[in-house]
Design a protein around this ligand. Structure first.
Ligand SMILES: *[C@@H]1O[C@H](CO)[C@@H](O)[C@H](O)[C@H]1NC(C)=O
Length: 342
């Protein structure tokens, strides 16, 4: 009896010891994770110094992200060179910024225009080189059902959003190398998940791939490359009046039999569904995006990818990792069905 009692006390002790040890292990793991998170937050908050010596060149400053970023960086003391497509965009921006900010005209699909921009920037930065290149200029239309597109509808968007980014980057690399600078490329959640037809999603997938290659190839020279992936924000890219007017153009030129296969009400249904989704999804707070851009330029350890907006972080990017049948289902819910399938 006594012996049995002794054995069960032993068992109890062993059991207790096991419980204590496993709790200790769990506590240690949690503590380590917390320390790693704190270390990441501290590291993430380190800034480079001497903003007023760090020249930044931004494309697409007429409106939207580029315009706000130019004003924001100008306010922080960065010497900003803001490239606009239109004279009006440039003069409006100059009216609300310090004399330190310089504007210039740039059409990213025109090699001569890019060459002039490089000359301008080269004179401005001198021996210091260029600290930041922000490839922000972009367009969305024509965007819509793939079957409604012709080849030039794709190239119109690809020329600006992808070839433009590539040519501008290549031409500015020597100046960036001199400063061991940063490249910040504006992609999109549509560079992770292809939601619509037309050149836009293709161009943003291209920007993702180009940026990944560039980052790996240029890291040896001290150049850092960051990719911004905004969700849906209210800018010229998501302007429904422009997108809808162009959709009408695409629809009108379709042959009768193609229109019939969609049904007479399809365009109206499509425009309505798109308007409804955009009204829910589009955030007016574009500073979430320019915060990411500024972090990529001003922090000591810029991140490789920045998801901007709750929809990007919590919905689109997680969705992009799920199997295609899941994302196909979600995307199909957002758009109307052609007549034949109703
Ligand atoms: C930009 O340049 C292209 C190619 O030279 C030209 O076709 C286009 O009209 C220009 N766009 C603007 C807005 O000037």
């Amino acid at each position: 009896m006594a012996k049995q009692g002794l054995v069960s006390t032993d068992n109890l002790m062993t059991h207790l010891l096991e419980v204590i040890l496993s709790h200790l292990a769990l506590t240690c793991a949690l503590l380590l994770a917390a320390l790693a998170a704190i270390r990441w937050y501290i590291r993430d908050s380190y800034k480079v110094d001497g903003f007023n010596q760090k020249h930044v060149f931004i494309t697409g400053c007429d409106s939207g992200f580029g315009n706000l970023l130019a004003r924001q960086l100008d306010g922080k003391g960065f010497p900003v060179m803001a490239a606009c497509l239109t004279e009006k965009g440039a003069s409006d921006l100059e009216a609300v910024t310090s004399p330190r900010l310089k504007t210039l005209l740039l059409n990213v699909t025109d090699s001569a225009s890019i060459r002039r921009a490089v000359e301008f920037v080269s004179k401005e930065v001198g021996e210091r080189g260029l600290w930041g290149l922000v490839n922000n200029a972009g367009r969305s239309v024509p965007i819509g059902p793939t079957e409604w597109m012709q080849l030039e509808d794709f190239t119109k968007v690809l020329d600006v959003n992808l070839m433009g980014v590539i040519e501008v980057t290549l031409k500015f690399l020597p100046l960036l190398k001199k400063a061991k600078g940063r490249v910040v490329n504006v992609a999109s959640i549509l560079g992770r998940l292809s939601l619509t037809g037309g050149g836009y999603c293709l161009s943003k997938w291209g920007v993702e791939a180009f940026s990944d290659s560039l980052r790996r190839d240029m890291q040896h020279f001290g150049i850092k490359v960051s990719i911004i992936e905004p969700g849906f924000f209210k800018t010229a890219v998501t302007r429904l009046d422009l997108i809808e007017a162009d959709l009408r153009r695409l629809w009108t030129r379709l042959p009768r039999d193609v229109k019939d296969s969609y049904g007479d009400t399809y365009l109206a249904d499509y425009v309505k569904a798109q308007g409804f989704s955009m009204s829910i999804l589009c955030s007016p707070d574009i500073s979430k995006v320019t915060w990411c851009m500024e972090h990529a330029l001003a922090s000591l350890f810029p991140r490789t990818r920045y998801a901007a907006g709750w929809d990007a972080k919590l919905f689109w990017i997680p969705l992009s990792y799920l199997p295609s049948f899941v994302s196909d289902f979600v995307i199909n819910v957002l758009l109307p069905l052609p007549k034949a399938l109703k």
